[in-house]
Ligand binder design. Structure first.
Ligand code: C2E
Ligand code: MG
Ligand code: MG
Ligand code: MG
Length: 280
């Protein structure tokens, strides 16, 4: 006897797989033209110092509006860009545009801030990464201390290559942040392997953060450890007053999240800074 439900489930599953495959192909195909067709934009999210109540930096985050597919989230297309190798071109564009924009803000007389750029592990497989970043700094005129690179813990392969490249970049004066800290397989060993300046505590530990909770204990531990290792700490994904309060009690100095500002267009950053608003 044929189990109709089971059969339906299987064929649904297959369809699902087919859909996913098709979606993937669509994304990859359209990604190839996206740079030339100027379909990428960068948005910027403020990093706030809760002691001085000032914006100290901005994380640049890519946005893609495809003429064919509409809006596609970076969580969907960045992995495909990585696998297809397109991340090299896209990553170079992100770096150049982030540095150019930060320099433009400085030239407009806005307070100097760092711009933090997300890097994929695959970008380190390009031996020319160091030279490329160096030449973008020269080309845009941005001083290296105003560029920060965010790497994630998934950079386990090619540890030596990544670490060597980061050391070279750090010698220029660029800072390195470990993104999504705490979510990787061996977070602690990365601290040993990579020359890191800053930890960004992953938003999953911040969500619903309350005192006397396992997340608060973890955040406390990370902050204490970071202090002992002379690392800066940023809490990501701060959305509520309560989360902010707990972070303050834990001695966390830098925060980022919807509570202060979502990522916004460059023009809006100018407005925020011109108003010299106290964001808290
Ligand atoms: P990420 O680097 O950890 O960036 C933080 C993500 O959290 C961003 O999502 C940001 O919009 C979101 N976020 C910020 N504040 C809050 C908050 O308070 N609550 C919540 N729920 N979310 C918040 P986005 O922009 O969708 O980016 C997702 C990921 O895609 C990034 O995670 C990063 O890994 C990757 N990505 C984005 N832009 C680039 C890029 O230019 N290059 C590379 N290689 N990866 C990128
Ligand atoms: Mg990031
Ligand atoms: Mg993150
Ligand atoms: Mg992330």
């Amino acid at each position: 006897p044929v189990d109709v439900n089971k059969e339906a489930a299987i064929s649904e599953g297959l369809l699902d797989k087919q859909d996913k495959f098709q979606r993937r192909m669509d994304i990859e195909f359209n990604l190839r033209k996206a740079i030339d067709q100027q379909e990428f934009r960068l948005v910027y999210q403020p990093v706030v110092d809760i002691v001085t109540k000032r914006i100290v930096g901005l994380e640049s985050l890519i946005r893609w509006h495809s003429a064919v597919l509409g809006h596609v989230s970076p969580s969907d297309f960045i992995p495909i860009a990585e696998e297809s190798g397109l991340i090299h071109q896209i990553g170079e564009w992100v770096l150049r545009e982030s540095c150019r924009q930060n320099m433009a803000w400085q030239e407009a007389g806005l307070p100097k801030m760092f711009v933090a750029v997300n890097l994929s592990r695959r970008q380190f497989m390009d031996r020319g990464l160091y030279a490329m970043i160096k030449s973008i700094l020269v080309e845009t005129g941005l001083q290296p201390q105003y560029l920060e690179l965010e790497i994630t813990e998934s950079m386990s392969m090619g540890v030596k290559l990544v670490a060597d490249t980061l050391s070279q970049l750090k010698m220029l004066g660029i800072r390195v942040a470990m993104d999504d800290f705490g979510t990787g397989y061996s977070s602690l060993s990365y601290l040993k392997d990579f020359p890191i300046d800053k930890l960004k505590i992953d938003q999953s530990f911040i969500k619903g953060l309350k005192i006397k909770q396992v997340n608060a204990a973890i955040v406390n531990m990370v902050i204490t450890m970071a202090r002992n290792l002379n690392l800066l700490v940023v809490a990501e994904g701060v959305e509520t007053e309560e989360e902010l309060q707990v972070l303050q009690e834990c001695g966390c100095r830098f925060v980022q999240g919807y509570y202060f500002s979502p990522p916004v267009q460059a023009k809006q950053i100018e407005d925020i800074l011109h108003q010299e608003i106290c964001v808290i």
